[in-house]
Design a protein around this ligand. Structure first.
Ligand code: PDD
Length: 286
């Protein structure tokens, strides 16, 4: 059985209990992070810790633990659960007041709830899907307009994935005012010639930690980066496309709304970016 972390304690997963009045349960009032583990080490821990702090600040919340404690908890869970490859999920909510109320509770009397658990994914980096590539469909982006805050309001992204599944695809790219924002749980890109195009950072998208790393490594792959709005039609005419996230790393996209890109197999540049990302990340893992 997995050991999980809840409010200062390491517990068997079946013994970790949270109040029914928790603000995350009633109001989706919480933020989260997903950090991948490769070879027993954390990938991009610093980036995730910094973004967590930002999400909390934007929502007027405070972390119940320091960054050093957070690292220690991540490492301890990876150790006790024997995770070689997998993920660490972290969630901090505005805590559990003693009744339902729209007004934020006083943080002095209602401390945040912090939960971490691991997910074991043997061979995470060696995904057969990466060799095949994924198919995406487009859906309207109906989320709220602070997507830069990594909140646990994931109903619409879940619906997007269900729409994709029903359409025989693997995931969905969301479109707002005619332009792609991002994938349901990842950032979206296309490649034309030597150029990677992806939407610029703003409140419209999550500022992906994998995105930042991949754009940094683009130069190493002799590629240019253009951060701007793009349409589904433009991406369908591209040479290649891909998505990035902490759990998918760099994942080639081979079809958009039924239109195959190139010959319908993962493009060489996306695969090269995946390789560089994985190599560099493993080197920098802690
Ligand atoms: N999702 N955009 C959205 C909407 C996301 O939910 C995610 C991450 C990303 C990529 O961010 P990063 O590179 O920091 O993982 C972009 C996580 C993995 C999830 O919900 O499981």
């Amino acid at each position: 059985m997995r050991t999980v972390y809840l409010n200062g304690d390491y517990l068997p997963e079946t013994e970790a209990k949270v109040s029914i009045f928790d603000r995350a349960f009633l109001m989706a009032d919480g933020v989260y992070e997903v950090t991948s583990v490769l070879g027993g080490k954390l990938i991009d821990f610093d980036g995730h810790a910094v973004r967590l702090e930002r999400s909390l600040t934007e929502l007027d919340m405070r972390s119940p633990v320091t960054k050093d404690q957070l690292l220690e908890i991540h490492r301890e869970l990876v150790r006790v659960n024997g995770i070689e490859d997998g993920l660490v999920y972290l969630q901090i909510t505005r805590g559990a007041p003693d009744d339902r109320d729209f007004i934020f509770p006083d943080p002095e009397t209602t401390p945040p709830t912090i939960v971490l658990f691991t997910q074991n994914k043997p061979g995470l980096a060696d995904s057969p899907l990466a060799r095949k590539g994924i198919k995406v469909i487009s859906v309207d982006d109906l989320r709220w307009h602070r997507r830069d805050i990594k909140t646990v309001q994931l109903l619409y992204p879940s619906m997007g994935k269900m729409m994709a599944k029903k359409a025989g695809a693997d995931d969905a790219w969301m479109v707002m005012d005619g332009y792609v924002t991002e994938g349901t749980s990842n950032n979206a890109y296309f490649i034309k010639g030597n150029r990677i195009v992806t939407r610029a950072r703003s409140h419209d998208i999550l500022h992906g930690i994998t995105r930042a790393a991949v754009l940094r490594y683009a130069e190493e792959a002799q590629m240019e980066v253009e951060e701007r709005n793009f349409t589904i039609a433009e991406a369908q005419e591209a040479d290649e496309a891909f998505i990035t996230s902490a759990s998918a790393f760099v994942m080639p996209v081979v079809e958009i709304d039924g239109v195959a890109l190139g010959d319908g197999t993962p493009g060489p540049r996306a695969l090269r970016l995946r390789e560089i990302y994985l190599d560099e990340s493993r080197k920098a893992a802690i």
